[in-house]
Design a protein around this ligand. Sequence first.
Ligand code: MN
Length: 384
Amino acid sequence: MKNIAVLGSTGSVGRQTLEVIDENKEHFRVTALAANKQTDLLLEQIETFNPEMVAVYDKESAKTVRTRVKGAVRVVCGMEGLCEAAAYEKNDLVVCAVAGSLGVLPAYSALSQGKDIALANKEAMVAAGHIINAEAKRQGARIIPVDSEHSAIFQCLYGNDKKDVYKIWLTASGGPFFGKTREQMRGITKEQALKRPNWTMGQKISIDSATLMNKGLEVIEAVMLFGVAPDQVEVVVHSQSIVHSMVEYTDGSVMAQLGVADMRLPIHVALFYPKRQPSNLERLRLFDRSLTFHRPDMQAFVLLGLAYDAIEKGGSYPLALNAANEVAVEMFLKDKIEFLDIADIVSAVYESTAAKTCATVKEVMELDREIKEMTKAYICAQYQ
Ligand code: MN
């Protein structure tokens, strides 16, 4: 039995994680759940999975949950509660599926207790990759990627020596606006931007996918997870989302991981790692399918280029890029700004930040808050 904590259990990856756990009841037990405000769904999950601890980030929602469970399960709240659930002594593996930089502290907290993490929260790796890596190393804990591309790369690295890696080919679906120029993206609505061609995912990542910021964050995530240089990561647009990424070795061999576009597969791989286990997921059938590969348009999608700039500069630049983007996406989802404003705002805030180094997660969170405030102020001044 593997004891699993699921942080962000009501989000898209969290729900799919619980589906995989439910399909494999004889292998997994849920020790802790953590969510924010979706109390009804969380209560259902508590009923089904019977965890020993539940963390609710939102304090009001925590009260609701506490009243409804009537002492049957321990309910903790706020960031402190999230970190407590992450570090819970009975956890064997902590699934980190909280969205945004909010996930930094819980991921760190799990690692600092020597817990392996299954990481779906790419923002944590972007904002605090160095610190998270150092803590994992110090505690001998593993970081198992859940992001489909990084799961693919992780699997393509099985049994090979990292020093023989020549390049990582990071695949991108291209998002709903692949092939459009910047001009053609003027006036794009929230509904159009939220439509993802191949994958079912949360709102934040859907917008990031439409601007290609998601791919930019994934470039940074790949550098942090696999210890390669930024220029060893190349993005390739593959709109069928069948190849989930590739690793090219110095001898010229290219290893790829293929599968149906279903997040439950990388989740399944991560939960069972280092073992393989049969699944009931849809099988990939390749007859009469074609696979295409294209160069991304860095002119139309400037945020991807900015991500390369950020990881090359290092220090706090990836954090700044991510923080500005989180605020811009939130404002777009609230109909405060236009689609193209996202890239303009993120670029402007990013260019205005100075180089800094954060030594602790506390410093990371402070700088993250500072840059988010700065971005809000910039939006207020320029767009309202
Ligand atoms: Mn991905």
